[in-house]
Design a protein around this ligand. Structure first.
Ligand code: 2AM
Length: 269
């Protein structure tokens, strides 16, 4: 029988999953990494996870055997059928009181249904919103866990160690029962997209209505960021508008502000 070395397992080695694992490792947790396509486990262990305490598994059985009890398993895969697929495969491998956490972008009604399904099996289920993108996952996401509250004491230390901090307060607390975590994430996204729409409209008015260039618009957003609009989105909009292409020219794409967000992160194309 494999040694129970891992504090938590994480299923799904896309960028978000890999970065959350590396973040957990930085905070002293031993994570067991698993992915449907197991070549990605080997690739991850040989590259980003090299010389860390991260361990890997090539089957769910091997993964479960490596976990301390109660087992904590976080799933970060494509929302929908893939989540149900893993839950169905995990159920027969787990013991009562073990915890499954879905950190993907599931619809909250799916999380409600899964809470009920797992309660009937004596397993604990948590649906957690994760916000902050790839960078957040790596260095401090905002986490919004909800579901079976009995799970919270078992995951609190991990979640609150890896999350972002605001004035040293963790950006993570228990948000409620059932699908509350994913519901809060949905509301959070609604506010964020509403905010982005307002920024896009301000950009559009300045550009086409007032004929301002990117540097002038950047100055306006910089000023706005010093007043009551002070926020992450206003700040990055100012930076995006200041951004110069690697060949020294301004990004001239007639794009909405969102693709300019990508331009800063990925280099303007
Ligand atoms: P993969 O690497 O084997 O494709 C993001 O796509 C993550 O979700 C990846 O880890 C991917 O695994 C996983 N994923 C997507 N669809 C899946 C499915 N139907 N079953 C299992 N994992 C899936």
């Amino acid at each position: 029988m494999a040694e129970q070395v891992a504090d938590i397992a994480l299923i799904g080695l896309a960028v978000m999953g890999q970065n959350l694992i590396l973040n957990m490792n930085d905070h002293g947790w031993v994570v067991c990494a698993y992915n449907r396509t197991t070549e990605k486990v080997d690739k991850f262990l040989a590259s980003e996870a090299k010389d860390t305490k991260i361990v890997g598994a090539h089957s769910l059985q091997e993964m479960v055997a490596k976990l301390k009890k109660p087992r904590r398993i976080m799933i970060l895969v494509k929302a929908g059928a893939a989540v149900d697929g893993f839950i169905d495969k995990l159920i027969p491998l787990l013991d009562k009181g073990d915890i499954i956490i879905d950190g993907g972008n599931s619809e909250y009604q799916d999380t409600q249904r899964r809470c009920q399904q797992l309660a009937e099996k004596g397993l604990l289920y948590v649906g957690s919103g994760v916000s902050g993108g790839e960078e957040g996952a790596r260095f401090g996401p905002s986490l919004m866990p909800g579901g079976h509250k009995e799970a919270w004491p078992h995951i609190k230390d991990i979640f609150q160690s890896i999350c972002a901090k605001s004035d040293s307060e963790p950006c993570c607390d228990w948000v409620g029962e059932d699908g509350a975590g994913h519901y809060v994430k949905m509301v959070h996204n609604g506010i964020e997209y509403g905010d982005m729409q307002l920024i896009c409209e301000a950009y559009h008015l300045m550009k086409t209505g007032l004929g301002m260039d990117c540097d002038e618009m950047s100055e306006v957003f910089t000023k706005w960021n010093q007043g009551e609009l002070d926020s992450f989105l206003i700040e990055i909009t100012a930076n995006i508008l200041k951004f110069k292409d690697t060949d020294g020219t301004l990004c001239q794409q007639d794009c909405v502000i969102c693709s300019r967000f990508y331009a800063v992160e990925r280099g303007c194309s």
